[in-house]
Design a protein around this ligand. Structure first.
Ligand code: TRH
Length: 403
């Protein structure tokens, strides 16, 4: 009997960047995970926007304007390919497809690939992550017609065993634990060169509570700043790249306060802001591991903040008819957070402005919040990750002739 190992699997992952960084961010993590131990599958990532992927990987992969479609070999079993612009498609020859096609976030797949697919291929339609109950019903549901067609299945990431799971590299939690058991100084020292901070700033980060901010522009950040300025604790706000507008409004508010402070002869401002450069995904994760409180958004940073096990506020990607509020409530239902934390997260995302209750930021609640997250994460980690689910699914569904 032929026993199949993940190394025998080969994937073509298709990614279109609609906006922001999440599409590229999730696809890059998936491609990396599947091609790394223990899976070691053969992976080609096809993406229509190498510039966005370049930011996330910090690899020099963005082509000059009008250059022919390019390919980059990252490891012998992982390559990145430019999904050619429709204008160049007539002169482009698609290679033979790999046995498993992953269409991500309704990207479609190129006609040149689709024409070559047979019933020996497996076509996975990977959707966005949601904690809503319907996900269990829709995960792994087939969508194919006829026997000569490739088998096509919907694949839904999620938080429960009946879904496709969450992206989590097998060594991730031990890496986080190793990092977080080091001193604060060690952690910020490791990051200092990449985020361009000096010794004085490292000291400030070591001796203040650090908030990491990666939000959409409509976040009620000013309310948070007003609350923090009333507190006695020194606080540093780290603004991720792409947060220019929020950073500027924060600076504006802080200027007003600093006039007031200087009138009161205080030396160091209690609250200060730092704007970070764009960093690689690996460093982005470490910023979440090192900060005391994370404000994240979308899809990828949301789950990275969860694995980081530090209290965090999630801001879902805004959708019409406030659909994102349902997503948020579904996630809150599944996540055992302290009451004050649930209230804060709900109010933060309220479609209409409300007076936000920040009592969850009291040190005792924060400690409780952190403990709850740690317990929750260790429970989630007993379930298979998205890559494990996918490999198990492929083992069952890829025709054995096609490996
Ligand atoms: O950028 P996002 O808002 O992406 C969104 C969501 O994914 C949304 O669901 C999707 O529909 C929309 O894109 C198109 O937030 P997200 O998902 O957190 O992705 C951010 C990615 O950017 C994540 O992989 C981390 C990465 N990143 C870095 O690697 N370095 C950085 O310096 C920054 C700021 C981000």
């Amino acid at each position: 009997m032929l026993i199949r190992t993940p190394t025998m699997f080969s994937f073509d992952i298709f990614c279109r960047v609609i906006d922001n960084f999440g599409d590229a961010g999730v696809c890059w993590r998936l491609a990396n995970e599947l091609s790394s131990p223990p899976y070691q599958a053969q992976v080609r990532l096809w993406i229509d926007d190498l510039h966005t992927l370049q930011k996330i990987t910090q690899l020099a992969i963005a082509p000059p304007l009008h250059a022919p479609p390019l390919s980059y070999y990252i490891r012998p079993n992982l390559s990145i390919h430019q999904w050619p612009d429709p204008k160049l498609l007539h002169s482009f020859h698609w290679p033979r497809p790999h046995s498993i096609i992953v269409e991500t976030f309704a990207s479609g797949i190129p006609a040149g690939i689709q024409q070559q697919l047979t019933n020996q291929h497996l076509w996975i339609i990977l959707d966005h992550l949601s904690a809503e109950p319907w996900v269990e019903e829709c995960h792994a549901v087939p969508s194919y017609l006829g026997t000569s067609q490739p088998k096509k299945y919907f694949f839904y990431p999620g938080f429960t065993p009946k879904t496709g799971g969450l992206l989590r590299h097998p060594k991730l939690l031990s890496q986080i634990n190793d990092w977080q058991t080091r001193s604060r100084y060690w952690q910020w020292r490791q990051l200092a060169h990449h985020i361009k901070i000096d010794e004085h700033t490292i000291q400030r980060l070591c001796h203040s509570q650090v908030f990491f901010i990666f939000q959409y522009n409509h976040a009620p950040l000013i309310d948070l700043i007003n609350f923090l300025t009333l507190q006695n604790r020194p606080t540093t706000l780290l603004f991720a790249a792409d947060q220019d507008s929020l950073y500027q409004s924060a600076q504006h508010v802080l200027h007003t306060y600093s006039h007031h402070d200087s009138a009161n002869n205080s030396k160091e401002p209690k609250l200060s802001c730092i704007q970070l450069p764009f960093v690689s995904q690996a460093l982005f994760d470490r910023l979440l591991w090192s900060s005391d409180f994370n404000l994240v958004r979308g899809e990828d940073s949301w789950i990275r903040a969860l694995w980081a096990q530090k209290p965090f506020l999630w801001q879902p990607y805004p959708q019409s008819q406030a659909l994102h509020v349902h997503k948020l409530q579904a996630w809150l239902q599944l996540t055992p957070l302290p009451y004050a934390a649930r209230l804060l997260i709900s109010q933060w995302n309220n479609p209409a402005p409300v007076k936000i209750n920040f009592s969850a930021l009291h040190p005792t609640v924060l400690q409780h919040w952190r403990t709850r997250l740690q317990q929750h994460v260790y429970r989630l980690a007993t379930q298979p990750s998205l890559s494990e689910h996918l490999i198990a699914f492929c083992t069952e569904h890829v025709p054995s002739q096609n490996i």
